[in-house]
Design a protein around this ligand. Sequence first.
Ligand code: BG6
Length: 487
Amino acid sequence: MPGPPQADAIVLFGGTGDLARRMLLASLYFLDADGFLPDDFRIVATARADLTRAAFLDLAHQTLSERPEGVDAAVWTRFSGRLSYVVADATKAEDLAKLKAALDGAKAPFFYLAISPSLYEKVCVALAAAGLATEAARIVLEKPIGRDLETSRQINAALGAVFDEEQIFRIDHYLGKETVQNLIALRFANALFEPLWNNLAIDHVQITVAETEGVGERWPYYDEYGALRDMLQNHMLQLLCLVAMEPPADMEPDSVRNEKVKVLRSLRRFTRVDAQERSVRGQYTPGVVGGKSVEGYEAERGQKSGTETFVALRADIDNWRWAGVPFFLRTGKRMPEKRTQVAIQFKPVPHSIFGQASAHDLSPNRLVIDLQPDEDIQLSLMNKAPGLSQGGMRLQSLPLSLSLLRTYEGAGGRRRIAYERLLLDVIHGDATLFVRRDEVEEAWRWVDGVADAWAEAGLAPKPYAAGSWGPSGAFALIERFGKAWSD
Ligand code: BG6
């Protein structure tokens, strides 16, 4: 089935903003450097700031030079030739009409909304009124798509009134990360795991997304969302879907997305009792992270707040494959280290033949997929400890490691920005790594259930010192089910 035509231009709304400069322009620059941009591909940045093209180029150059890779003169000459800048209020059709000249005959542009989600609806209407929402156009947007099911439906309906679903690319930047895609390769390009990938062999799954950063200046957004809506509704549920989904028929966008939606639909709804027994909310207080003293969330916020900066919970997937296998999810700001990790804990051997001396050595196999800061996949396997021992064989667990970082270094590669993959896919019209409308809405449906259960149970965030692994309740939570966090 032929996809949409190759895009020949990008219009970057919010072109002077942080996301556009640090992530999107940098990604486009690297795609250009590696020869991935079509020859006549144009980049039009637009924002309200009254800048000349020359001033915008200076800004772009400065941002790129702040990166460790530096700016290559020849690539910059080619790249800057593609760039133009248009001063416009994105919600006004008469302003957007000015984009036509800058697009210079491009027939299949994509519009990247690197702007506040509160403007999505108005920009879509203005794009349509300016005659830019053609059949060949695409629109790309980021989370948050709403704050709950109802508001996400409003945004999706507004988008749907102007663009067909095939033209809408909803970004979850975690899906652009190399190791996240590698989860798909690991599961479906190896015959080894699939027979074991179920409740017969897997004891439980842990997904951790820990950050050392605090909320800082972002509190006006964050205070309304909290960790549940900011991280769990999107990035963490996407990771959970990739771990838990059935094998798709192929890598076509809808084949993969259909399987993810089935997982989301199978998530067991949270109750008030679950809120108390299966979840923990936390909020950081002053502490020390990376040797530096840092403020608590309420000091950054400037007043008292009931928003969680940490959440840990047990999710259950009610289907044949996963019945009885807990998925423990944990995310927080101001943790001791940055770590994004999926850990698959297998069940112990059914019976030990090794006798008393080795009984304590035996530990069940664990597959640990590290996404950040280092990309690594490790499978722990039991071995005989080398040498002689009295009273029977001693055992030890050793990791079989697939260090992607070392492999890349060996190949002279650099670590790509997640947006490079995603922008390239938008150019080619491949929506496999983008989130479909029903996925967003199913994820909100479940997350709304958690938020409602918290409200019913009156569950307020528990304090935790910045630089710790969250409130003590997070440890009690997992211990209640006889497990421990894989730290
Ligand atoms: C964003 C959240 O979506 O993801 C931020 O809004 C968070 O709060 C960020 O810091 C984490 O992304 P990454 O790629 O640094 O893990």
